[in-house]
Design a protein around this ligand. Structure first.
Ligand SMILES: [Zn+2]
Ligand SMILES: [Zn+2]
Length: 405
């Protein structure tokens, strides 16, 4: 039997011992969500929690990001663990007693838990500094929700000196059983690009459409033609998504308006398909518009690239999780998630893996639990211990053995 007076032998036991701290910090961050690249109060909470630990802190200038560096007792490899800190601009309706106190902001993507789990992992690894050969970089980043926080930190050179040899991140999901870690090699998350599409015709009287050029049926035809383009021209095993989320035209019942404005999102899981999608959407829209004497203009705001997991890094996470949390705690995902992540920029530079941690609330079915970005999203805090242990076991395994061949 383990001696209860000594330090816990496993990372999971250490994480469980720290659970009150992990939960307390998560709830404090949850109550005071901050948006975008500017998360100073969250960063202060992180710094307060890390105070006194043997860490070198490097703060970003372009945003409120920070790298906390743990130098082990001996030199060796260098590994990065990432936690994001920003919330979403939306109201909170989750039935919790530590609800957001900031109107119109909610931690609905679990970044509060990511930050808190990373802080606890730092505490545990710092306590084992004597046994560590190498370096651990704890990356606390703002601006994941479409604000390019990771890209800003990379561009500032925060990940250059020291540069990590491998990088890992965990993202919670209520739509997987609590405590289960899941990942796959290759594309793990999609690219995400926004588009605006304007179809222009000629205004006129609704009773005399032949004297006007009505852009509405043309816009509708473009939307359906693009769906046909996707099913006929895009490889079914390298898929793409084109979703129109807004469509605005007209002012009243008897006037043909001059234009239709649409916007939405485009997703892909390879850069080749992403480019084919961009080109195809513009080509189809412009040529259908031309066929009806209209014009179409497509503008694309490029968002995050595809998040691509290194196969060796996924194997490392799989082995580390199975050894630490049990054989059934890791499940190979069979498909990517069509959401996007700016950890993709880190993985473009450094081999690594982004994994998901199941946090389905107690008593709920993970298939129907409110997902990330829901105003009612809840997470099972007990599963955070598994996340903390996963961070620690992954870092330890990489520092000891490197990536498996
Ligand atoms: Zn999100
Ligand atoms: Zn997220």
């Amino acid at each position: 039997m383990a001696d209860t007076a000594s330090a816990p032998s496993s990372f999971l036991a250490a994480a469980q011992e720290l659970q009150p701290d992990t939960i307390k910090l998560r709830r404090a961050i949850h109550e005071e969500p901050e948006l975008g690249l500017d998360t100073p109060k969250t960063l202060e909470k992180v710094k307060a929690a890390l105070a006194g630990l043997p860490l070198t802190l490097k703060e970003a200038r372009s945003c409120t990001g920070m790298i906390a560096i743990l130098d082990g007792a001996q030199s060796g490899r260098s590994v990065l663990l990432r936690g994001d800190m920003d919330a979403l601009p939306m109201p909170e309706d989750a039935p919790v007693n530590f609800k957001s106190k900031i109107q119109g902001a909610m931690h609905a993507c679990g970044h509060d838990a990511h930050t808190s789990m990373l802080v606890s992992a730092a505490k545990i690894l710092c306590a084992r500094r004597d046994q560590i050969a190498g370096r651990v970089l704890f990356m606390f980043q703002p601006g994941e929700e479409g604000h390019f926080g990771a890209k800003f930190m990379l561009e500032e050179g925060l990940l250059n000196d020291p540069a990590p040899d491998a990088a890992f991140a965990l993202h919670i999901t209520p739509n997987a059983p609590a405590g289960i870690v899941t990942a796959k090699a290759g594309p793990m998350m999609a690219s995400a690009d926004q588009f605006q599409l304007v179809v222009r015709g000629q205004g006129g009287h609704a009773s005399m459409p032949h004297l006007a050029i009505d852009p509405i049926p043309v816009a509708c035809e473009i939307v359906t033609a693009i769906q046909a383009f996707i099913t006929r021209r895009i490889d079914a095993f390298d898929p793409a998504i084109f979703t129109v989320t807004t469509m605005n035209a007209g002012t009243t019942y008897n006037v043909i308006g001059e234009s239709v404005r649409m916007s939405g999102t485009m997703r892909a899981i390879s850069e080749a398909t992403r480019k084919k999608l961009h080109d195809g959407v513009a080509r189809v829209a412009e040529n259908i518009a031309r066929a009806h004497d209209c014009t179409a203009e497509v503008n694309i705001d490029a968002g995050f690239p595809v998040t691509i997991n290194d196969a060796r890094a996924v194997s490392l996470v799989e082995r580390a999780v199975r050894a630490e949390l049990g054989d059934s705690a890791f499940i190979r995902a069979n498909a990517p998630v069509m959401g996007a992540e700016d950890f993709s920029y880190v993985l473009q530079k450094t081999p690594g893996a982004m994994s998901f941690l199941g946090v389905c609330p107690e008593g709920q079915d993970f298939r129907s639990a409110c997902p990330c970005h829901s105003n009612k999203m809840e997470l099972n805090e007990a599963a955070m211990a598994a996340g903390v242990a996963t961070h620690c076991a992954t870092a330890e395994s990489f520092l000891r053995d490197g990536l498996p061949s």
